[in-house]
Design a protein. Structure first.
Length: 245
């Protein structure tokens, strides 16, 4: 591969290697080597662990209200072959792979191959520039997928999150209060507020009591600092007070 191609690869990933041999190794598929130990498979093994560790650490630091099972579900969704392949293809990594003639002749490369080269690249960055550089690369590419997974897993489960927090911190159960309802019987809107211990949180409107309670719980989690701005932005927009329309 030409130096120009390696430069384009480095520009795409946002990292410049001090040792270009590491980048070449990360891009070398077993199909072109006489001995598989000369391929990127060992780097792939290391990169898989670095990827998993980085995502787990990020989840642990940024989602303190989530239990082990919830964190595991989110991590499994993010650290998957599908996600890795999607990121790899977005960066154009398959274009720069060193491949044997048989596999290179295929019209479409297997997604598993695209995922593997991302993992090998993560390891190569860690060896070349240190673990922090690899973590920066992983999070730059993975955080949007983490946000999507969190939103998908929990967008309709704010009441459960609030209950877990209330029981753990206060030994109490949240109490939902119906404050108001407006509109005709076939199209009512409900205003609900939630109280934890003696604290009442901002109310929310919804087209059903259940949805209003979920939105009220979301407001409480925001007030308590248990939801990030990114999570709120991904959640459904809150239903506004119909009287203000």
């Amino acid at each position: 591969m030409s130096q120009e191609a390696l430069d384009r690869c480095q520009a795409a990933i946002g990292y410049r290697f001090k040792d270009h041999a590491l980048l070449t190794a990360a891009l070398t598929h077993a199909s072109i080597t006489a001995n598989r130990v000369d391929s990127n498979e060992r780097l792939e093994f290391l990169g898989d662990s670095i990827l998993g560790m980085t995502v787990c650490w990020h989840l642990y630091d940024n989602y303190p209200q989530y239990l082990e099972g919830e964190l595991t579900k989110i991590k499994s969704s993010v650290v998957s072959r599908r996600t890795c392949a999607e990121i790899s293809e977005k960066l154009g990594l398959p274009e720069w792979l060193y491949l044997g003639k048989g596999i290179a002749a295929r019209s479409k490369l297997p997604s598993s191959l695209a995922a593997a080269v991302l993992e090998s690249l993560i390891a190569a960055i860690a060896i070349d520039g240190g673990l922090d550089e690899a973590k920066k690369f992983v999070l730059r590419e993975m955080v949007p997928y983490i946000h999507d997974a969190v939103a998908s897993e929990h967008q309709n489960n704010y009441k459960s999150q609030l209950q877990q927090h209330a029981q753990k911190e206060h030994g109490a159960t949240p109490i939902y209060e119906l404050l108001d309802e407006k509109g005709p019987d076939h199209s009512k809107c409900f205003e609900v507020a939630v109280c934890v211990s003696d604290r009442r949180f901002p109310s929310a409107w919804g087209p059903s009591k259940k949805e209003a309670e979920q939105k009220a719980a979301m407001n409480a989690l925001v007030e308590l600092g248990l939801l990030t701005e990114a999570d709120v932005a991904l959640a459904d927009a809150a239903v506004t007070d119909p009287a203000a329309a």
